[in-house]
Design a protein around this ligand. Structure first.
Ligand SMILES: Nc1ncnc2c1ncn2[C@@H]1O[C@H](COP(=O)(O)OP(=O)(O)OP(=O)(O)O)[C@@H](O)[C@H]1O
Length: 218
């Protein structure tokens, strides 16, 4: 099981955002978690990554608990096992794409195989942008660079938070296909969290997330 969430509860200022939320993903599975703006998607991503702590419930990544451990243990688990793809590119602006991937590879603790970096850049169709700075990338290129950054650390679980919302149809299609193909090639599970309804055509395993009062039972 790459992701196990049991009876999760979280509130902001006394307001329930998640209540008794459970969700599982098998190793290698690809799932879409879809919900409207404000439904708690980013909150859930932050909980899975150990950036927030729940009021109740448990989360495990690849069998390792993300809950009930210290903040530094959560940071370590996140770096070793999770690859994150955000809507906005989280790269160091002073470094080019290659140097950013080198840094991300070192931070993940998963070796320093230098040859993986050009291979991954090529795989994501960014060969001509290997020495571009983040601000020099187009939106579609930036999203593909974000996928490369997530994959370089050899994660068991890739979480993509709104990876396509800002993209036109062609780039949405390209990014969604690359995410699915690259996760499959790497043997990683893929969780896409989004309000982008266009992605329903790409992933068959779909779970809705909604406000606590109107949530559809799984
Ligand atoms: N730091 C915070 N303090 C209080 N309330 C918050 C905080 N962050 C988020 N919320 C509220 O919690 C709810 C869930 O927010 P969250 O960002 O998880 O939703 P989302 O589904 O990711 O939305 P979007 O698609 O717009 O990013 C929203 O009603 C939001 O206003």
């Amino acid at each position: 099981m790459s992701l196990m969430i049991r009876n999760l509860a979280f509130r902001y200022g006394g307001r329930d955002i998640l209540d008794d939320f459970s969700f599982d993903m098998a190793a290698g599975e690809q799932s879409l978690l879809i919900g409207a703006s404000g439904s708690g998607k980013s909150t859930l991503v932050n909980l899975i990554c150990g950036l927030l702590t729940p009021e109740a419930g448990t989360i495990a990544i690849g069998g390792e608990p993300m809950t009930g451990i210290s903040a530094s243990q959560r940071d370590d688990l996140r770096r070793r096992r999770i690859g994150l793809v955000f809507q906005t590119l989280k790269l160091v602006s002073a470094l080019d794409l290659t140097a950013n991937l080198k840094l991300a590879q070192r931070l993940s603790g998963h070796g320093t195989e230098a040859e993986r970096i050009p291979m991954l850049i090529e795989r994501l169709g960014l060969g001509h942008r290997a020495h571009a700075r983040p601000r020099e990338l187009s939106q579609g290129e930036a999203q593909r660079a974000a996928i490369a950054r997530a994959l370089i650390g050899r994660p068991d679980l890739i979480i993509a938070d709104e990876p396509t919302s800002a993209l036109d149809h062609d780039n949405m299609h390209k990014v969604a296909s690359l995410l699915r193909e690259c996760a499959g090639e790497a043997g990683a599970s893929l969780l896409i969290v989004t309000h982008d309804e266009r992605l329903r055509d790409h992933v068959t395993s779909v779970r809705e997330i909604g406000p606590v009062s109107t949530r559809i039972a799984a």
